[in-house]
Design a protein around this ligand. Structure first.
Ligand SMILES: *Cc1c(COP(=O)(O)O)cnc(C)c1O
Length: 359
């Protein structure tokens, strides 16, 4: 960060932004990565690049963060909510075909907890119906499906570098472009609809307004912070793996006895060690465990209220019972404290508090 400040260029696309782009392109083996101000903004760019119009339909899991679909709704799209699989909590590819209509423009799978969706099936269905796939890979940087990095399957993918994610710069994101046809326009949309990137490469002699767009590039100060995180990725991921495995190894007996389910990782997936969750037998059990932990000074959280049952989701026709697995999981899932600096003592305290809890 001090290097960025000393170099005197702290606006977007300066030295550290370029370093982040190169590093991510190299690791993932993709033609273009563009840092953005957030994953939300990367999703908005994807919606602009796909020319999403009013009335177009976009299929997303109901069990995800708001941004996954809001970016498309901003362009006038209608969300079509998919249920999830009970094992990985990912978009249920077996129900996908029945959600497709002539208006479907995009499918947006989310690699929940950094465990890959069934991309072979999803890409097959999307391909047969000429529908674009955009991966919301906010959880899954460096995870793999069938030996290949998550984020490299769809025409585009989006990453988040929000404070809550594995690799962070506070607020930030990236658009991963796998289909080269989108690169030129992505650069313009990200730079207020101008051809500024081409100007700096000497491809045009002045830059001007050529498309719609916005300002989606982060300051180089954030990119410098992010670059340091990316350089430390092996250490960060190794530590997160230890934390995850500690939870699994020390909770598996308790979970079996109590009828609690731990995360499931299919053999063909390498997860990103983004989170560790428990699936309790009922809402009441989950709420009691939250209280039990709170009384011992441990904060545990749950997430994703089903999008189809949210105020907005209902306005788009969402009804109780539309996505039964999502509804059940949303009531029963509990996330355990999970962060890079978590010490072994802290983890032991969490585990022993949980093992004291009898359903
Ligand atoms: C965190 C998250 C986002 C949003 O990321 P921001 O960088 O905060 O915009 C989008 N989708 C999912 C699945 C997320 O977990």
């Amino acid at each position: 960060m001090f290097q960025a400040i000393e170099a005197g260029n702290i606006s977007g696309d300066s030295k550290f932004t370029r370093l982040c782009h190169q590093l991510l392109e190299e690791i993932l083996g993709v033609p273009r990565v563009l840092l953005t101000t957030s994953c939300t903004h990367a999703l908005e760019m994807a919606a602009l690049l796909l020319d999403i119009q009013a009335g177009d339909e976009v299929i997303v899991p109901s069990f995800t963060f708001v941004s996954t679909i809001n970016a498309f709704v901003l362009r006038g799209a209608r969300p079509v909510f998919s249920d999830i699989r009970l094992d990985t909590l990912n978009m249920d590819e077996n129900r996908l075909e029945s959600l497709i209509s002539t208006r479907t423009k995009a499918i947006v799978p989310v690699h929940y907890a950094g465990v890959g969706c069934e991309m072979d099936a999803i890409l097959g269905i999307a391909g047969r119906n000429s529908i674009a796939v955009i991966e919301d890979n906010a959880h899954g940087l460096f995870g793999k499906y069938g030996g290949r990095y998550l984020g490299t399957f769809g025409v585009m993918a989006t990453q988040s570098f929000h404070e809550t994610k594995n690799i962070t710069c506070g607020e930030g994101g990236a658009l991963v472009i796998n289909s080269a046809e989108y690169i030129d326009r992505a650069e313009m949309i990200r730079e207020k609809g101008t051809n500024r990137s081409r100007f700096f490469r000497g491809q045009v002699d002045k830059y001007t307004w050529v498309d719609i767009g916005s300002s989606y590039l982060p300051s180089d100060i954030l990119a410098a912070f992010l670059y340091a995180q990316l350089e430390g990725r092996d250490m960060i991921q190794a530590r997160r793996r230890q934390i995850w495995e500690y939870y699994r190894d020390n909770l598996v007996c308790w979970a079996d006895k109590q009828g609690v389910r731990l995360p499931f990782i299919p053999d063909h997936c390498e997860q990103s060690y983004h989170m560790f969750y428990l699936l309790l037998p009922s809402l009441d059990h989950r709420q009691r465990l939250i209280l039990h932990l709170r009384e011992r000074g441990i904060q545990s959280v749950f997430h994703y209220l089903p999008l189809h049952l949210s105020e907005m989701g209902r306005r788009f026709g969402g009804r109780d019972g539309d996505c039964p697995v999502t509804e059940v999981v949303s009531d029963r899932l509990l996330r355990l404290p999970f962060y890079f600096r978590m010490s072994e003592v802290e983890q032991e305290r969490v585990v022993s508090a949980i093992c004291d809890f009898h359903l």
